[in-house]
Ligand binder design. Structure first.
Ligand SMILES: *Cc1c(COP(=O)(O)O)cnc(C)c1O
Length: 391
């Protein structure tokens, strides 16, 4: 399998066939596994082999297929699947940190990620320093000899700042800190995170991996030593396990992931270019636009701008008018979905941020995040232009 290209790994990676030799991966909807004898049960609890399972909170054949497939696709040694993206972020960080440790994090974070860094970790005695993630001099100043980990979203949600994975990793590795990257907006398709220096990569599988709005899921990827030695002991005892049924949805999602994400990113690029300079918009934010401050970094790091763009229509009132006038694009808060989705972050996903912080992040009241789906891009452009004519 290691010689296969990503596309082939996405379709065949990690397959475990039952005695029936099924084509489509089986859903092992079981929490437990029967032992041939008491001695076998004892032996398996002492040390479970590669293809031996004990309890679905620890592992399950369908979940394991998804873990092996996404690890192969990402180019990681191993993976642990979780019940949601947040279980993955929490598991990756909490499993490796203890009171007294120091963490440096980008300030521009998804609301729930910020909650973990700002409230959960600090409550247990971890010191967290926040920096402007796009500014390497701030990372350099904040990282100390005793820094244990750095954390950032490689593309921030919803202001779409691109963080230099190689640059931050170099600074972190100089003091032996672990680099944890939330890579949702880059997607596994455009990710080179591990090659660029990330030690641990985290995805919300709810987004592009399922990509069809059906199930929550997440995954932590890294070395075998980190996944099995650090992340798994914490995750398997604290209950963040992915359901076998959801793992099956994610396995099926992997088969079409690259086709979907490339088509969505192509449409997003087309729409961003068409909307750039529109008289009703004060800003069009998309890392694939030449006007984006990290355009070149994004090209080098991902080779594409991703599937999400943000537009600024000027005020909350105008943003609500715009959203309410959309016909095809849905008002919701998922992203990476086959259906295009528009979100007003200031009043929904990022509602809990204090106003001063929203301002510092450029998260203005007129900002609308649009996740581009698989619809015809001309239809989407017409829908957006029509809604803009209503504001
Ligand atoms: C959605 C999201 C998460 C959380 O994922 P869930 O599956 O909703 O728990 C974490 N980080 C980023 C960047 C996200 O967009």
């Amino acid at each position: 399998m290691s010689e296969w290209s990503k596309r082939t790994k996405a379709v065949h990676g990690g397959v475990r066939r039952s005695q029936y030799n099924e084509v489509s991966e089986a859903i092992f909807m079981t929490q437990g596994f029967v032992y041939e004898s008491a001695e076998q049960a004892e032996a398996r609890f002492q040390k479970a082999g590669e293809d031996e399972f004990i309890y679905a909170r620890y592992g399950n054949p369908t979940v394991r297929m998804f873990e092996d497939r996404i690890a192969a696709f990402e180019g990681a040694e191993d993976a642990f699947a979780t019940a949601s993206g947040m279980a993955a972020v929490n598991g990756a960080l909490v499993s490796m940190l203890k009171a007294g440790d120091h963490v440096v994090s980008a300030r521009a974070l998804f609301g729930s990620c910020l909650y973990i860094l700002e409230e959960v970790l600090t409550r247990y005695g971890v010191e967290v320093t926040f920096v402007d993630g796009t500014d390497l001099t701030q990372w350099d100043a904040a990282i100390r000899p005793d820094t244990k980990a750095v954390f950032f979203e490689s593309i921030s949600n919803p202001t779409l700042e691109v963080i230099d994975i190689a640059g931050v990793s170099k600074l972190a590795h100089a003091v032996g800190a672990t680099v944890v990257v939330d890579n949702v907006f880059s997607t596994p398709v455009y990710s080179n995170a591990i090659a660029l220096g990330a030690d641990v990569v985290v995805y919300s599988a709810t987004k592009h991996i399922d990509g069809q709005g059906r199930a929550l899921g997440g995954v932590v990827l890294g070395t075998k030593e980190f996944i099995r030695g650090v992340a798994e002991p914490y995750l398997k005892h604290t209950g963040g396990a992915l359901s076998p049924f959801s793992a099956w949805l994610m396995l099926k999602g992997m088969e079409t992931l690259e086709l979907r994400v490339k088509a969505q990113a192509e449409s997003a690029q087309k729409l961003a270019e068409a909307l750039d300079g529109h008289p009703a918009l004060s800003r069009v934010l998309y890392p694939g636009l030449k006007s984006h401050p990290q355009y070149e970094l994004c090209q080098a790091q991902m080779g594409a701008g991703g599937t999400v763009l943000s537009i600024d229509v000027g005020s909350q009132e105008r943003a609500f008018k715009f959203l309410n006038a959309l016909d095809i694009i849905l008002i919701s808060n998922n992203l990476g979905d086959a259906k295009s989705i528009a979100t007003h972050p200031a009043t929904t996903t990022h509602q809990r941020l204090p106003d001063a912080q929203k301002e510092a992040l450029g998260l203005t009241s007129g900002l609308v995040r649009i996740s581009i789906g698989l619809e015809d891009s001309d239809d989407l452009l017409k829908d957006i232009e029509n809604a803009l004519s209503c504001v």
